[in-house]
Design a protein around this ligand. Structure first.
Ligand SMILES: *Cc1c(COP(=O)(O)O)cnc(C)c1O
Length: 485
């Protein structure tokens, strides 16, 4: 019988708490967290000893303490943490879409820290509306008379359809029945809203007559949806917004324009034109214009509805509006972001999304060339080259919409690009790149210049190897302090 002896070799909680790596952590983390982790690991060990005593080796106390310390530090890393986006996808939904402007972050901190005048008029001392500040800015930027901000564009679409058309028909071209990222499918949103989908035209061609013929007693609105993530090409025709507005006016019907990404500047000088512009939809006379706050606007997650007061006010008063309203932190960030757009040159400089899109190729190339030798010197990298490639807007924008970029292209030292990608996801900070055949690409289009050094450090913390046996050794030698960076 081996196990009683082995059990006796397992150190006590008290001994472990006295060992250097854990002793230091008690002060930095908390006594309860450290003791809790020590107890649960010791318990796991006792179970192991009882189940497979013959193969079990009780590690030396120092090794065990380091293992526990690492586990505690891993647990202390927040669930949502910053990552370096080296995918080249500017609006990566998995990576949180648009990065926030400095002024937006400052406003979130200022407003979030204490109380604010969210729904309080400082002039009169009366209760007021939470949208007042952003409504003024949205009017200035877009020309729209009124606006409403909700949780996201899916909520904006659902709310608009419910308030305007529940129980009645909404006419949509068959070519515009979009699915954006799985859970947003226009026919499903329509059915939840209670509006009845009336499809017209064909997949590739819809004519003004198709709308005219479908309009009847039951019609509540005409809906146009931007086909953000696909294009029907070839033998096609769609009815333009001006024409749709003309038809709507003729029948006294509102036109709802879901433009999706919501550019307020012209993106064609950046080499990615063709995105519908907010001001153009408002000017063309759409009754309601809907778009996301965290796509091409480069703001926080929200959905923005613009339109005439006669359309916005009933929507604002609809009970569903309360269910999808935005909080003060979102409004603070949105207001700060919108302020940047009052000066186009300032927006290009201070809205991070625009700054990334606008980074000259020379700058990206220069940085790639500087990074390549530094990364090549890291143990997990066998070879590092620079290469020109294509980055994408992402976030439900056109997949074919490419932007030129420069990358560092890596060969993993053990030949396994997948394990290198995995190790980098666990690095501090986590690095998400792009796997292209047997290469691991770091696309600098989405990496902020201030992150270049962090990128190198993330590679350096990986150590040398992926073989499980060797990995244990590396782990043993790993400095606990270093992992906390
Ligand atoms: C992205 C998109 C949506 C969904 O917007 P979220 O803000 O992600 O809810 C809806 N419609 C269109 C056309 C889009 O591009």
């Amino acid at each position: 019988m081996k196990s009683p002896n082995l059990l006796r070799k397992i150190p006590s909680v008290g001994d472990l708490l006295e060992s250097p790596p854990l002793k230091g952590l008690v002060e930095r983390v908390s006594h309860n967290v450290v003791v809790g982790n020590v107890r649960s690991i010791l318990e796991e060990m006792r179970v192991e000893v009882q189940q497979r005593a013959s193969e079990f080796r009780v590690p030396p106390i120092r090794e065990l303490a380091e293992h526990i310390a690492r586990r505690i530090l891993e647990g202390e890393r927040p669930g949502i943490q910053p990552v370096i986006n080296a995918t080249g996808i500017l609006l990566h939904t998995g990576l949180g879409r648009a990065p926030s402007a400095d002024s937006a972050i400052q406003q979130i901190a200022a407003v979030g820290h204490g109380y604010s005048n969210l729904e309080f008029d400082l002039d009169t001392g009366q209760r007021s509306q939470r949208m007042v500040a952003v409504e003024g800015l949205l009017r200035q930027i877009s020309g729209a008379e009124a606006s409403l901000v909700v949780n996201n564009n899916a909520a904006a679409t659902l709310l608009a359809l419910t308030a305007v058309a529940a129980g009645r028909e909404v006419i949509v071209s068959r070519g515009q029945l979009v699915e954006i990222g799985g859970s947003f499918r226009l026919p499903d949103v329509m059915s939840v809203s209670g509006a009845i989908l009336r499809e017209v035209g064909t997949t590739n061609k819809t004519h003004p007559d198709d709308y005219q013929r479908a309009i009847g007693e039951q019609t509540a609105a005409l809906l146009r949806v931007h086909t953000s993530n696909y294009r029907v090409v070839g033998f096609t025709s769609a009815v333009g917004l001006e024409e749709l507005v003309r038809i709507g006016r003729q029948h006294k019907l509102p036109v709802i324009d879901d433009i999706g990404s919501g550019a307020v500047v012209d993106f064609s000088p950046f080499g990615c034109g063709g995105e519908p512009q907010v001001q153009a939809s408002v000017a063309a006379g759409a009754s309601l214009v809907l778009f996301s706050g965290d796509k091409l606007l480069g703001g926080p997650q929200c959905g923005i509805l613009l339109g005439g007061r006669e359309w916005i006010e009933p929507i604002r008063r609809h009970p569903l509006a309360r269910a999808v309203r935005v909080g003060k932190l979102t409004l603070a960030a949105l207001e700060a972001t919108l302020r940047l757009y009052r000066d186009p040159a300032g927006a290009r400089r201070d809205v991070p999304l625009l700054r990334l899109i606008d980074t000259p190729m020379d700058n990206l190339k220069h940085r790639a060339e500087r990074l390549a030798p530094q990364l090549a010197a890291c143990e997990r990298v066998a070879q590092a080259d620079v290469c020109q490639d294509v980055a994408y807007l992402g976030g439900g924008s056109l997949p074919a919409q490419g932007l030129p970029t420069w990358c560092v292209s890596l060969v993993a030292s053990d030949g396994h690009v997948g394990t290198l990608a995995q190790a980098l996801r666990k690095a501090a900070p986590a690095v998400i790149g792009r796997v292209q055949q047997d290469r691991f690409l770091l696309d600098l289009r989405t990496v902020f210049p201030g992150q270049d050094q962090q990128l190198v450090e993330a590679f350096e913390t990986l150590g040398g190897t992926t073989h499980p046996a060797m990995a244990k050794e590396v782990e043993k030698e790993a400095n606990v302090e270093k992992e906390d960076e």
